[in-house]
Design a binder for this molecule. Structure first.
Ligand code: SF4
Ligand code: SF4
Length: 657
């Protein structure tokens, strides 16, 4: 068994081996030089100052690069990528091991190792070829519009396919002229099959000549592949893992703060030229493989707005390749304003590109240049003047609680939970009912809670998402001071945007709290038996998961627990639910923008909800509540569908008993 092995370079004359190594050195040196040149462009970007731990980098590489977590899904694209990727990785490792065994001090390429090696290389070689064929099939017959494509892709796929085919040809011809014994040949299954069928009867001399020709062709194709990496889509095999490993560690919902020192140093409030982005962001532009997953998930693209997250990345990359320039010449202002900051693109991207950070940085510059007009400007002015985007006096913040005997922090300073009501539930007549339902449920469960009343201000979320970073910071600092003064430790809020800001962004300003969304506390109270279950068998219910709860903060169970307790009516999931939820259209400050009826994201979502056959649409966000109410009203068949917050649904169980 120990004799089991094979020749390496057996049919290749010594001078040919020298030529081969020369070609390989050039073909590897060229892409290294090209990537180095590209890296010099990335290094023109700004340092971001984030710490990166090696443990997290390695974890990320294992999860996203090696295990391809984001690529997994039931689709042809996912299958072919898995086959291509696994084949590529195993064949590369195998070839490297062969080189080490052949040229290193210890030849381990024999015995059981050799047999398993041969079988493994054949299996993954076949996977690689099938992956190539499926990729060609998809491009020819099933190419989705969002998938990047140009004619050179056919050459690239042809190159990969030829690499796989010539690899097997070399194996079969070598087996033929070396007369490999059958028991040994079976381990090189594909080579053996070709040898015993297609090469049957071929004389040894011809087999040697053909082997030499196939070997050289294979070697030249390998060299061509290396040379193509830096100037083609293949570049992502380097930049993808580099971006995955290097992306800053911070919660998905936390935008990067901008400091006054930075503004004074650079003279700008955001990004206006390509090299104002950070080095990591510039590298991320080169990691895009144009798969189109971000575009498929984008509500702005789906509702015909002038935004595709993929195009943003590609256009910025083009600007970097041209040596730099004003980002606003590459990305239109309308494109930037169209984003709802729902993070669906970020969630989908296999190489962890941060589209929202790119867009937010450019929005900050537009705000700095005074390029925003219309209703969102008014909302910002009202936040600045009245501490809420509705332009109402803060003294009216407790109107929603009339008759409920809700205590303020001054009356009940020993509160356990601070109920952060949020501007929408404080001032918007429809959302006020959510605040009332939440407070009634807390009272029923005997929760010791209090509200800030007139001392509550906007968290600053809309200002930050629109791009007015300093208005946001002003509000954040004032709110942190108020919360500290009243010794708030546990905060609960019915608004996922307030929840996200208080939980993920206030720590940037020294505010550390135990923050819960009302769905989480209600689910906890139900679990503890402090709120009873409903007994009604009503009409089917579906749930619209708010982006900033389900996707951004990974909370998908609490809302379902509350619905389960509120009603035993049939619960029907929409196709896009949980972390894959689809935006209602209100995020990113879009709540304050004018929108033509034909471009309403909420109508698309309403159609999805109606398709489940549910007659009640539950949600857990005052903004989603408003958007989905409008969406249902503007969608045929939606007029009779009830849109309720989960707190309202849970409270209504009492009436149904
Ligand atoms: S955050 Fe949402 S709206 Fe903005 S680009 Fe990404 S998917 Fe589109
Ligand atoms: S940004 Fe990410 S998801 Fe979008 S096309 Fe590029 S690689 Fe794909």
């Amino acid at each position: 068994m120990n004799d089991a092995t094979r020749e390496v370079f057996g049919n290749i004359a010594p001078w040919m081996q020298v030529v081969f190594f020369g070609i390989m050195a050039l073909s590897i040196g060229w892409p290294v030089w090209q990537v180095w040149t590209r890296a010099r462009l990335w290094r023109k970007g700004q340092r971001d100052g984030f710490e990166r731990s090696w443990r997290v980098r390695i974890q990320r590489l294992i999860i996203y690069a090696l295990a391809q977590k984001r690529v997994h899904r039931k689709s042809l694209g996912a299958l072919l990528h898995l086959l291509l990727f696994s084949g590529f990785v195993v064949l590369t490792i195998g070839t490297t091991l062969l080189a080490i065994a052949h040229d290193g001090p210890y030849d381990f390429h024999h015995g059981w190792y050799y047999l398993i090696y041969e079988l493994t290389m054949d299996v993954f070689g076949v996977a690689f070829i099938i992956g190539c064929l499926l990729a060609m099939y998809r491009r020819a017959f099933h190419r989705k519009p969002s998938l990047g494509h140009n004619k050179s892709d056919w050459w690239l796929l042809g190159l990969l396919l030829s690499l796989g085919v010539t690899g097997f040809a070399v194996e079969a011809l070598r087996m033929h002229y070396t007369h490999v014994q059958p028991w040994l040949a079976h381990w090189s299954t594909v080579g053996w099959l070709i040898d015993t069928t297609l090469l049957r009867g071929l004389d040894i001399g011809t087999a040697r000549t053909l082997h030499l020709a196939a070997w050289w062709l294979h070697a030249i194709l390998v060299a061509a592949f290396f040379a193509t990496i830096p100037v083609s889509r293949f570049l992502h095999v380097i930049t993808g893992p580099a971006n995955i490993a290097g992306r800053p560690e911070r919660p998905m919902g936390a935008l990067i703060p901008l400091t006054i020192e930075e503004v004074e140093r650079t003279g700008r409030t955001g990004v206006n030229t390509i090299f104002n982005f950070t080095r990591q962001q510039l590298l991320s532009l080169d990691a895009c493989m144009e798969c189109g997953r971000c575009e498929d998930a984008c509500p702005a693209t789906a509702s015909n707005k002038p935004l595709s997250p993929k195009a943003v990345v590609i256009d910025l990359r083009g600007l970097m390749s041209r040596g730099g320039g004003d980002v606003h010449t590459a990305i239109r202002d309308e494109t930037l304003w169209a984003c709802t900051m729902c993070q669906a693109c970020v969630e989908e991207c296999p190489v962890l590109i941060g589209h929202v950070d790119l867009i937010s940085d450019m929005r900050r510059d537009l705000i700095g240049e005074g390029k925003l007009s219309g209703p969102p400007t008014k909302a910002l002015q009202q936040i600045s003047n009245q501490s809420n985007p509705y332009g109402r006096p803060n003294s009216e913040r407790l109107v929603w609680a009339e008759g409920l005997d809700v205590l303020t922090v001054d009356v009940n300073p020993g509160f356990e939970y601070l109920l952060w009501v949020g501007c929408a539930a404080s001032f918007d007549p429809r959302a006020q009912k959510v605040a009332r339902a939440t407070a009634q449920l807390f009272k029923e469960a005997k929760v010791n809670f209090a509200v800030l009343g007139a001392k509550e201000s906007c968290t600053g979320d809309p200002a930050r998402r629109i791009g007015d970073e300093f208005l946001y910071q002003q509000l954040a600092q004032a709110n942190v001071e108020t919360l500290t003064r009243h010794k708030a430790k546990k905060i609960v809020t019915p608004c996922p945007h307030c929840y996200n800001t208080l939980k993920n962004e206030y720590p940037q300003f020294g505010g550390q709290y135990e923050v819960q969304h009302h769905s989480q506390l209600l689910a906890q109270l139900i679990g503890a038996g402090r709120l009873s279950n409903g007994t009604s068998t009503g009409e089917p219910v579906t749930l619209h998961d708010p982006c900033y709860l389900a996707r951004v903060n990974r909370e998908v169970d609490a809302t379902r627990t509350v619905i389960g307790a509120a009603t035993d009516a049939q619960f029907r999931e929409m196709p896009r639910h949980g972390k894959k939820t689809f935006c209602c259209g209100a995020g990113g400050g879009r709540m304050w923008f004018d929108e033509s009826p034909a471009q309403r994201v909420s109508c698309l979502r309403a159609q999805e909800a109606l398709a489940t056959g549910a007659r009640t649409l539950a949600t857990a966000c005052p903004f989603c509540l408003n958007m989905m109410t409008d969406g249902m009203a503007g969608t045929q068949g939606g007029e009779k569908t009830k849109v309720l917050d989960i707190a309202e649904l849970l409270l209504s169980r009492q009436n149904a008993k």
